[in-house]
Ligand binder design. Structure first.
Ligand SMILES: C[S@@+](CC[C@H](N)C(=O)[O-])C[C@H]1O[C@@H](n2cnc3c(N)ncnc32)[C@H](O)[C@@H]1O
Length: 434
């Protein structure tokens, strides 16, 4: 029996994500998968994201019905089982026999023919006693060490909300500054609802935004609302450096808000720098492929954004593989790298200038602790209270009237997935003395 193209593609993608550092969202948007008919692409997305979101719960279910330890199974066998269980529990429209038979075919195709009977038997047992998706524990779908530290740092109520948010595909959010686009999108079958706190942000409630002409012509950007808000914290300046810029969501907003400014967008990886150039063709933006830590200070800038590479624990709803890859030790390793980048960026800032440091991490090691360590080393920098910045954004009409307190943690911006309907972002605004 042949394997359906969608299940074959999902199986390959899941193996690649386990075996390499590939990201699911990038694979799902790759040109190869984009060629699949919309229905198949939708199923691949459900399978890949569903398996990654619920991996521990699926493994637990497999373990209860298997004569072999899950940790001893070959990756191909385990992946086919995970896909089968995911369909049995979550995809009502897929008949049990299709989910089971195709997983059996997947292991045969992966040259694990001897495991075919085992996969068949385990999935049949699970199909007979399948748990209901509504009763699943969202916290159990995360590693314990992460849940424990979030409980300590954010409290019991927030940890449940974070885990719930992570387990549901978030609606895409778009930034629209030209009201005419709303009508165009409506023509293309896209329905929008207001964002949570930015006037320019809208949630897509129906329609396929990525298939619209408006999107293909890059007349709008799909970008999480918290990410948009961080870019707005940069404010105005004649010269602005975006140190860690690709794929360019924040550069685009900075360039749009400062059309007369010289904006330099720096990015370590040349292929990502090329992608950034495509996404942000604005003539006032210069793209530089380079390492900010090794870039000599030829001139200083009025404003600098350091949107640092980070663990990404604030983005698990869109990048669920991160929770299985990340280890506690990684946080201090990331902190050391973030500090190197931040120290380098601070040198590029002119006296009296402003620097925004941000991450999409929920972990204090990558956020508050980075700022404390950086400032402990350089008394010419001070933290500006983000409350003032948010109040200014309310006065300018960018930010709607929301409870500012909920967006703040001390002097910092702090969004929490589930508490806010967006990714978890941290931002600190620093000023350099004159
Ligand atoms: C969090 S992402 C930036 C997202 C981007 N600001 C946006 O809004 O679309 C961090 C980026 O920093 C880049 N990067 C990592 N180390 C760097 C370095 N030493 N110098 C410059 N860029 C770096 C990564 O390749 C990655 O593209």
């Amino acid at each position: 029996m042949p394997v359906s193209p969608a299940r074959g593609a999902a199986f390959e993608a899941l193996l690649r994500i386990e075996n390499t550092d590939a990201y699911a969202s990038e694979l799902l948007h790759s040109s190869r998968l984009a060629k699949l008919p919309p229905g198949d692409h939708g199923l691949v997305t459900e399978l890949v994201m569903g398996v990654l979101r619920w991996r521990s719960v699926l493994d637990n279910t497999i373990g209860k019905h298997s004569s072999q330890l899950v940790t001893k199974l070959d990756l191909e066998v385990l992946t086919a089982l995970r896909m089968g269980v995911q369909q049995l529990i979550f995809l009502d429209r897929v008949p049990a026999h299709a989910a089971i038979n195709e997983s059996v075919e997947l292991v045969k195709r992966a040259h694990k023919r001897s495991a075919a009977g085992f996969v068949n038997a385990v999935l049949r047992k699970i199909a007979e006693n399948r748990p209901k998706d509504t009763g699943l524990d969202v916290c159990a779908a995360h590693p314990d060490w992460l849940v424990d530290r979030w409980r300590q740092n954010y409290g019991t109520d927030a940890v449940r909300r974070i885990c719930e948010y992570d387990q549901t595909p978030p609606a895409p959010v778009v930034r629209i500054t030209d009201p005419a686009l709303v009508a165009e999108l409506k023509e293309e079958g896209v329905r929008l609802a207001p964002g949570s706190f930015l006037t320019s942000a809208s949630r897509v409630t129906a329609g396929e935004i990525a298939r619209t002409k408006t999107f293909r012509e890059r007349r709008l950007a799909v970008q999480d609302e918290a990410s948009q808000l961080v870019a707005l914290l940069i404010g105005a300046g004649g010269s602005i450096l975006d140190c860690c810029a690709a794929p360019g969501g924040k550069t685009r907003i900075i360039a749009e808000g400062n059309p007369k400014a010289t904006v330099v967008a720096m990015e370590l990886h040349p292929h990502r720098a090329r992608l950034l150039r495509k996404l942000v063709p604005d003539s006032n933006v210069g793209v530089v492929a380079g390492d900010v830590r090794a870039t000599p200070v030829c001139k200083t800038f009025d404003a600098v954004l350091v949107d640092a590479p980070c663990s990404g624990t604030g983005t698990l709803a869109r990048n669920p593989e991160i929770k299985w890859r990340l280890k506690l030790d990684d946080l201090l390793r990331l902190q050391a790298y973030q500090l190197e980048i931040l120290f380098a960026a601070m040198k590029h800032l002119a006296p009296g200038g402003r620097l925004v440091y941000s991450t999409c991490s929920l972990e204090p090691e990558e956020n508050e602790q980075v700022i404390e360590k950086a400032l402990g080393n350089d008394p010419s920098f001070a933290v500006i209270n983000c409350r003032e910045e948010l109040e200014a954004l309310q006065r300018s009409g960018d930010l709607v009237s929301v409870d500012l307190e909920s967006l703040l943690s001390g002097p910092y911006l702090r969004t929490i997935p589930g508490v806010h309907r967006c990714d978890g972002f941290f931002a600190a605004v620093l000023r350099k003395s004159e």
